[in-house]
Design a protein around this ligand. Sequence first.
Ligand SMILES: [Ca+2]
Ligand SMILES: [Ca+2]
Length: 370
Amino acid sequence: MLNKDLSTKLAKGLLVAGCVVTLAACGGGFGQDYDSPFEEPTPTPEPTPGPEPTPVPAPVDNNILPNSEFEDGSGDDFTGWSKLNSADTITAVTSDTCAGRGMQAVSAGGDPWSVQVSSPEFDTTIGADYTATMWIKSSVADATMRFSTSALNGAQYGGDNVIGTSWQQVVWNFQPNSDAMQLVLDLGASATTYLIDDVKIVPGLEPDPSSCPHTDGGSAGPTNLLSNGGFESGDGDAFTDWTVENGASGVSATAAEVHGGSRALQAVAAGGNEWDVQVTSARADTVVGTTYVASMWVKAAAAGGQVRFSTKTDIDVAQYQGLQTVGTDWTEISFEFAADDVKTSMVLDLGAVAATYYIDDVSLTEKPAE
Ligand SMILES: [Ca+2]
Ligand SMILES: [Ca+2]
């Protein structure tokens, strides 16, 4: 069943791959001025489709695009995404999505770039094969949209995709011309309202194997009560919605060791008290007596690290997890506790032993009913 579905998608991917249009360079200046319309590309000859790929045995989530399911962001913002044109018409929706939050874009019909949004930047290998995918539906039949890229060495453009009124996955195979780029959604060509979710980029030629709505019934799972739990937002070594309480000189952002997205927290501890290196989340709304699960993904540069969660509230009675051993592979550490206040910050206590830690994808969720 799984393989059959996947084969269908792979075949679909190949079809679209046959329509790929690649433009190597399209004049200087692109990337500095996002408000300028793209130059129209000169189509290059269509590439010959490659051999039928061998279906992979099971879906593998190797997406490299941060916030690809639009779950992060408040109001109509999508963390890491930039609305380049017609920003007012690009909003967040929570119904009729693949799961959780999605993006709505209203277009009056015009130039492809007149409604335009770009993804967070992602690192690439120049010339390698990548596959961008997106789930999208239109309020009218036969709308057209395309993918493009924004990068130092010039934009690249996909061909037009015809979008109907049911959810469909559009696929674009491309070869980056720069070692970092943004994926751009050009949504302005048709007069329609689009709904969009699950924008993914994976290395290679096989499309992301996601379904829409998600096969778990459309639920995004428990809501993460922490904002910026993936540490994707923040300038320099700062992290939006996180506060370094102690040991700030050892806390920085890293792009080299990440569990998800393109940014994680690095903490260098000298060894001492648990709280000597301490990073605290923004306050989350919690219900007194309700059980919550805090989780972080963590690894250390060398074996023997020890970290823990604790809580911080206004009632000044913290709850502490026992120290958890951290090895050199990414490990998920979870801490279950009953909230004792209406606002709770999660605290990462990283100071106990001398180690360098990498931390990513911190979440706080209500424990599901059993
Ligand atoms: Ca979503
Ligand atoms: Ca991250």
